[in-house]
Design a protein around this ligand. Sequence first.
Ligand code: RIB
Ligand code: CA
Length: 308
Amino acid sequence: MKKVLIDCDPGIDDALALALAAGSHDSLDVVGVTTVGGNVDLPLTTANALALREFLDLGDVPVTPGSAGALLRHTVRAADVHGVTGLGDVVLPAPLRSPSEGHAVDFIVDTLRAAPGEITLVAVGPLTNVALAVRREPRVVEWARDLVIMGGSYTRGNHNPAAEFNMLADPEAAAIVFDAGWTVKQLGLDVTLSAVVTMDVLDRMRPLGRLAELLVPASQSYKAVTAEGGPAIHDACAVAYVLDPSLFTCVPAVVNVETTGTYTRGMTVTDFGVGDRRANALVATSLDVKRFWDLAMGAYERLAVRLG
Ligand code: RIB
Ligand code: CA
Protein backbone atom coordinates (compact mmCIF):
# COMPACT_ATOMS: atom_id res chain seq x y z
CA MET A 1 0.00 0.00 0.00
CA LYS A 2 1.57 3.30 -1.10
CA LYS A 3 0.94 6.35 1.10
CA VAL A 4 0.42 9.76 -0.51
CA LEU A 5 -0.12 13.31 0.72
CA ILE A 6 -1.70 15.36 -2.08
CA ASP A 7 -1.15 19.13 -2.19
CA CYS A 8 -3.56 20.62 -4.70
CA ASP A 9 -5.57 23.59 -5.99
CA PRO A 10 -8.88 22.01 -7.17
CA GLY A 11 -9.21 22.69 -10.06
CA ILE A 12 -10.86 20.32 -12.51
CA ASP A 13 -7.85 18.12 -13.22
CA ASP A 14 -7.02 18.14 -9.50
CA ALA A 15 -10.51 16.70 -8.99
CA LEU A 16 -9.90 13.94 -11.53
CA ALA A 17 -6.55 13.22 -9.86
CA LEU A 18 -8.29 12.89 -6.48
CA ALA A 19 -10.88 10.61 -8.11
CA LEU A 20 -8.06 8.45 -9.50
CA ALA A 21 -6.57 8.23 -6.01
CA ALA A 22 -9.97 7.44 -4.47
CA GLY A 23 -10.56 4.69 -7.03
CA SER A 24 -7.15 3.19 -6.25
CA HIS A 25 -7.84 2.69 -2.54
CA ASP A 26 -6.67 -0.92 -2.76
CA SER A 27 -3.14 0.25 -3.52
CA LEU A 28 -3.09 3.90 -2.46
CA ASP A 29 -3.58 5.30 1.05
CA VAL A 30 -4.29 9.03 0.92
CA VAL A 31 -3.02 10.22 4.30
CA GLY A 32 -3.94 13.84 3.70
CA VAL A 33 -4.96 16.55 1.29
CA THR A 34 -3.59 20.08 1.57
CA THR A 35 -4.79 23.03 -0.44
CA VAL A 36 -3.12 26.08 -1.93
CA GLY A 37 -4.32 29.13 -3.80
CA GLY A 38 -3.85 28.47 -7.50
CA ASN A 39 -6.48 27.87 -10.15
CA VAL A 40 -8.84 29.86 -7.93
CA ASP A 41 -8.47 31.49 -4.52
CA LEU A 42 -7.71 29.39 -1.44
CA PRO A 43 -11.23 29.51 0.07
CA LEU A 44 -12.54 27.97 -3.16
CA THR A 45 -9.78 25.39 -3.63
CA THR A 46 -10.37 24.33 -0.01
CA ALA A 47 -14.16 24.23 -0.37
CA ASN A 48 -13.72 22.14 -3.54
CA ALA A 49 -11.34 19.76 -1.76
CA LEU A 50 -13.83 19.34 1.11
CA ALA A 51 -16.70 18.66 -1.30
CA LEU A 52 -14.58 16.22 -3.29
CA ARG A 53 -13.50 14.37 -0.12
CA GLU A 54 -17.15 13.58 0.63
CA PHE A 55 -18.28 13.03 -2.95
CA LEU A 56 -15.38 10.65 -3.67
CA ASP A 57 -15.86 8.73 -0.42
CA LEU A 58 -12.38 9.64 0.83
CA GLY A 59 -13.60 9.16 4.37
CA ASP A 60 -11.66 10.86 7.16
CA VAL A 61 -8.75 12.05 5.08
CA PRO A 62 -7.77 15.39 6.65
CA VAL A 63 -8.08 18.44 4.40
CA THR A 64 -5.83 21.25 5.60
CA PRO A 65 -5.67 24.68 3.95
CA GLY A 66 -2.34 26.29 3.26
CA SER A 67 -0.97 29.32 1.45
CA ALA A 68 -3.35 31.77 -0.12
CA GLY A 69 -0.82 33.28 -2.46
CA ALA A 70 2.68 33.12 -3.85
CA LEU A 71 5.79 33.85 -1.81
CA LEU A 72 6.68 37.05 -3.58
CA ARG A 73 4.76 37.63 -6.76
CA HIS A 74 1.36 39.01 -7.64
CA THR A 75 -1.46 36.49 -7.84
CA VAL A 76 -1.97 34.43 -10.98
CA ARG A 77 -5.24 32.49 -11.32
CA ALA A 78 -6.84 30.24 -13.97
CA ALA A 79 -10.58 30.76 -13.58
CA ASP A 80 -10.71 31.19 -17.36
CA VAL A 81 -9.72 27.51 -17.59
CA HIS A 82 -11.40 26.00 -14.50
CA GLY A 83 -14.40 28.33 -14.16
CA VAL A 84 -15.12 30.81 -11.39
CA THR A 85 -15.80 28.05 -8.84
CA GLY A 86 -12.73 26.10 -9.88
CA LEU A 87 -14.79 23.05 -10.89
CA GLY A 88 -16.28 24.29 -14.15
CA ASP A 89 -19.92 23.29 -14.54
CA VAL A 90 -19.71 20.66 -11.78
CA VAL A 91 -22.07 21.17 -8.86
CA LEU A 92 -21.26 18.95 -5.87
CA PRO A 93 -23.23 18.64 -2.63
CA ALA A 94 -22.00 21.21 -0.13
CA PRO A 95 -19.47 19.62 2.23
CA LEU A 96 -20.79 18.69 5.67
CA ARG A 97 -17.40 18.77 7.35
CA SER A 98 -14.89 21.54 7.86
CA PRO A 99 -11.18 21.63 7.11
CA SER A 100 -8.71 20.51 9.76
CA GLU A 101 -7.30 23.07 12.16
CA GLY A 102 -3.82 24.35 11.52
CA HIS A 103 -1.86 25.14 8.38
CA ALA A 104 -0.94 22.86 5.49
CA VAL A 105 2.77 23.54 5.93
CA ASP A 106 2.72 22.23 9.50
CA PHE A 107 0.58 19.28 8.40
CA ILE A 108 3.09 18.38 5.68
CA VAL A 109 6.09 18.66 8.05
CA ASP A 110 4.41 16.82 10.94
CA THR A 111 2.99 14.05 8.73
CA LEU A 112 6.31 13.37 6.99
CA ARG A 113 8.20 13.53 10.30
CA ALA A 114 5.88 10.93 11.83
CA ALA A 115 6.43 8.44 8.99
CA PRO A 116 9.92 8.95 7.56
CA GLY A 117 10.47 7.22 4.22
CA GLU A 118 6.85 6.11 3.92
CA ILE A 119 4.88 8.93 2.31
CA THR A 120 5.08 10.28 -1.25
CA LEU A 121 4.32 13.99 -1.47
CA VAL A 122 2.27 14.66 -4.62
CA ALA A 123 2.05 18.35 -5.54
CA VAL A 124 -0.30 19.35 -8.34
CA GLY A 125 -0.66 23.07 -7.77
CA PRO A 126 1.70 25.98 -7.19
CA LEU A 127 4.53 24.83 -4.90
CA THR A 128 4.09 27.46 -2.20
CA ASN A 129 3.16 25.00 0.59
CA VAL A 130 5.96 22.61 -0.36
CA ALA A 131 8.54 25.40 -0.46
CA LEU A 132 7.45 26.72 2.94
CA ALA A 133 7.61 23.19 4.36
CA VAL A 134 11.20 22.88 3.10
CA ARG A 135 12.08 26.21 4.67
CA ARG A 136 10.33 25.36 7.95
CA GLU A 137 11.98 21.95 8.20
CA PRO A 138 14.66 21.07 5.58
CA ARG A 139 14.59 17.44 6.75
CA VAL A 140 11.28 16.94 4.94
CA VAL A 141 13.49 16.25 1.92
CA GLU A 142 14.82 13.16 3.73
CA TRP A 143 11.52 12.19 5.35
CA ALA A 144 9.50 12.21 2.11
CA ARG A 145 9.62 8.85 0.32
CA ASP A 146 9.37 10.84 -2.91
CA LEU A 147 8.21 14.16 -4.32
CA VAL A 148 6.07 13.91 -7.47
CA ILE A 149 4.87 17.11 -9.10
CA MET A 150 2.71 18.09 -12.02
CA GLY A 151 4.41 21.17 -13.34
CA GLY A 152 6.80 22.78 -15.75
CA SER A 153 7.96 21.61 -19.14
CA TYR A 154 11.18 21.30 -21.12
CA THR A 155 9.50 22.31 -24.37
CA ARG A 156 6.77 24.90 -23.80
CA GLY A 157 4.37 26.73 -21.50
CA ASN A 158 0.60 26.84 -21.29
CA HIS A 159 -0.21 30.01 -19.35
CA ASN A 160 2.22 31.71 -21.73
CA PRO A 161 4.72 30.44 -24.30
CA ALA A 162 7.46 29.98 -21.68
CA ALA A 163 5.82 28.90 -18.42
CA GLU A 164 3.43 26.23 -17.20
CA PHE A 165 0.79 27.53 -14.75
CA ASN A 166 1.93 25.87 -11.50
CA MET A 167 5.48 27.12 -11.96
CA LEU A 168 4.42 30.58 -13.12
CA ALA A 169 2.00 30.99 -10.20
CA ASP A 170 4.94 30.85 -7.76
CA PRO A 171 8.36 30.70 -9.45
CA GLU A 172 10.28 31.42 -6.25
CA ALA A 173 8.56 28.51 -4.52
CA ALA A 174 9.36 26.24 -7.46
CA ALA A 175 13.01 27.33 -7.37
CA ILE A 176 13.21 26.51 -3.64
CA VAL A 177 11.66 23.08 -4.23
CA PHE A 178 13.97 22.14 -7.12
CA ASP A 179 17.00 23.32 -5.12
CA ALA A 180 16.03 21.55 -1.86
CA GLY A 181 18.16 18.43 -2.36
CA TRP A 182 15.60 15.77 -3.39
CA THR A 183 15.20 14.39 -6.90
CA VAL A 184 11.91 15.85 -8.07
CA LYS A 185 9.79 13.48 -10.17
CA GLN A 186 8.50 15.98 -12.68
CA LEU A 187 5.41 15.31 -14.83
CA GLY A 188 5.46 18.31 -17.12
CA LEU A 189 3.32 19.42 -20.04
CA ASP A 190 5.58 17.35 -22.30
CA VAL A 191 3.69 14.25 -21.14
CA THR A 192 0.55 15.56 -19.45
CA LEU A 193 -0.75 17.20 -22.62
CA SER A 194 -1.22 13.69 -24.03
CA ALA A 195 -3.55 12.64 -21.19
CA VAL A 196 -6.54 13.87 -23.17
CA VAL A 197 -10.22 13.22 -22.47
CA THR A 198 -11.12 12.33 -26.04
CA MET A 199 -14.70 11.64 -27.12
CA ASP A 200 -13.99 7.92 -26.71
CA VAL A 201 -12.77 8.47 -23.14
CA LEU A 202 -15.79 10.65 -22.39
CA ASP A 203 -18.07 7.88 -23.69
CA ARG A 204 -16.36 5.47 -21.24
CA MET A 205 -17.07 7.92 -18.40
CA ARG A 206 -20.79 8.40 -19.16
CA PRO A 207 -22.07 5.05 -17.73
CA LEU A 208 -20.27 5.55 -14.38
CA GLY A 209 -23.37 6.45 -12.39
CA ARG A 210 -22.91 9.09 -9.71
CA LEU A 211 -19.21 9.49 -10.54
CA ALA A 212 -20.18 10.47 -14.08
CA GLU A 213 -21.88 13.52 -12.53
CA LEU A 214 -18.36 14.71 -11.77
CA LEU A 215 -16.27 13.29 -14.59
CA VAL A 216 -18.45 14.24 -17.55
CA PRO A 217 -19.33 17.90 -16.81
CA ALA A 218 -15.83 18.44 -15.42
CA SER A 219 -14.26 17.23 -18.65
CA GLN A 220 -16.77 19.08 -20.82
CA SER A 221 -16.29 22.43 -19.04
CA TYR A 222 -12.50 22.20 -18.60
CA LYS A 223 -11.04 24.77 -20.97
CA ALA A 224 -7.57 23.16 -21.08
CA VAL A 225 -8.41 21.95 -24.57
CA THR A 226 -5.56 20.44 -26.57
CA ALA A 227 -4.87 20.02 -30.28
CA GLU A 228 -6.60 16.64 -29.98
CA GLY A 229 -9.85 18.45 -29.19
CA GLY A 230 -10.35 17.35 -25.61
CA PRO A 231 -8.89 18.66 -22.32
CA ALA A 232 -5.73 17.22 -20.78
CA ILE A 233 -6.09 16.03 -17.19
CA HIS A 234 -2.59 17.08 -16.22
CA ASP A 235 -2.74 16.38 -12.47
CA ALA A 236 -4.00 12.82 -12.85
CA CYS A 237 -0.60 12.01 -14.38
CA ALA A 238 1.09 12.69 -11.03
CA VAL A 239 -1.15 10.19 -9.24
CA ALA A 240 -0.75 7.73 -12.13
CA TYR A 241 3.03 8.00 -11.74
CA VAL A 242 2.77 6.95 -8.09
CA LEU A 243 0.48 4.06 -9.03
CA ASP A 244 2.62 2.84 -11.94
CA PRO A 245 5.84 4.69 -12.83
CA SER A 246 6.30 2.31 -15.78
CA LEU A 247 3.64 4.31 -17.64
CA PHE A 248 6.32 6.97 -18.13
CA THR A 249 9.81 7.25 -19.51
CA CYS A 250 11.85 9.52 -17.25
CA VAL A 251 15.26 11.08 -17.78
CA PRO A 252 17.59 12.63 -15.18
CA ALA A 253 18.10 16.37 -15.61
CA VAL A 254 19.28 19.52 -13.91
CA VAL A 255 16.26 21.84 -13.72
CA ASN A 256 16.47 25.52 -12.86
CA VAL A 257 13.42 27.73 -12.50
CA GLU A 258 13.61 31.17 -14.05
CA THR A 259 12.48 33.77 -11.49
CA THR A 260 13.57 37.06 -13.04
CA GLY A 261 12.95 36.92 -16.80
CA THR A 262 10.49 39.48 -18.13
CA TYR A 263 9.03 36.98 -20.59
CA THR A 264 10.36 33.73 -19.14
CA ARG A 265 9.49 33.92 -15.43
CA GLY A 266 8.38 30.45 -14.28
CA MET A 267 10.13 28.61 -17.10
CA THR A 268 11.69 25.29 -16.02
CA VAL A 269 15.03 25.45 -17.80
CA THR A 270 15.88 21.76 -18.24
CA ASP A 271 19.40 20.48 -18.90
CA PHE A 272 19.55 16.77 -19.73
CA GLY A 273 23.33 17.07 -20.03
CA VAL A 274 23.84 16.34 -16.34
CA GLY A 275 27.52 15.41 -16.62
CA ASP A 276 29.14 15.14 -13.18
CA ARG A 277 26.46 17.32 -11.55
CA ARG A 278 23.71 15.88 -9.35
CA ALA A 279 20.41 15.57 -11.21
CA ASN A 280 17.78 17.40 -9.15
CA ALA A 281 14.94 16.03 -11.25
CA LEU A 282 13.73 12.93 -13.02
CA VAL A 283 11.79 14.41 -15.92
CA ALA A 284 9.03 12.48 -17.69
CA THR A 285 9.59 12.47 -21.44
CA SER A 286 6.91 10.03 -22.62
CA LEU A 287 3.60 8.50 -21.49
CA ASP A 288 1.95 5.28 -22.58
CA VAL A 289 -1.44 6.89 -23.18
CA LYS A 290 -3.39 3.67 -23.69
CA ARG A 291 -2.10 2.18 -20.45
CA PHE A 292 -2.72 5.49 -18.65
CA TRP A 293 -6.40 5.43 -19.60
CA ASP A 294 -6.70 1.73 -18.81
CA LEU A 295 -5.36 2.51 -15.32
CA ALA A 296 -7.54 5.61 -14.87
CA MET A 297 -10.75 4.09 -16.20
CA GLY A 298 -10.19 0.96 -14.13
CA ALA A 299 -9.95 3.11 -11.01
CA TYR A 300 -12.96 5.22 -12.01
CA GLU A 301 -15.01 2.09 -12.68
CA ARG A 302 -14.12 0.63 -9.25
CA LEU A 303 -15.00 3.93 -7.58
CA ALA A 304 -18.28 4.13 -9.50
CA VAL A 305 -19.33 0.77 -8.02
CA ARG A 306 -18.70 2.17 -4.52
CA LEU A 307 -20.55 5.43 -5.17
CA GLY A 308 -23.50 3.85 -6.93
O1 RIB B 1 -0.70 23.58 -16.03
C1 RIB B 1 -1.60 22.65 -15.47
C2 RIB B 1 -1.64 22.80 -13.99
O2 RIB B 1 -2.10 24.10 -13.65
C3 RIB B 1 -2.63 21.83 -13.33
O3 RIB B 1 -2.19 21.54 -12.03
C4 RIB B 1 -3.89 22.62 -13.28
O4 RIB B 1 -4.75 22.21 -12.20
C5 RIB B 1 -3.36 24.00 -13.00
O5 RIB B 1 -3.17 24.10 -11.61
CA1 CA C 1 -3.70 21.72 -10.15
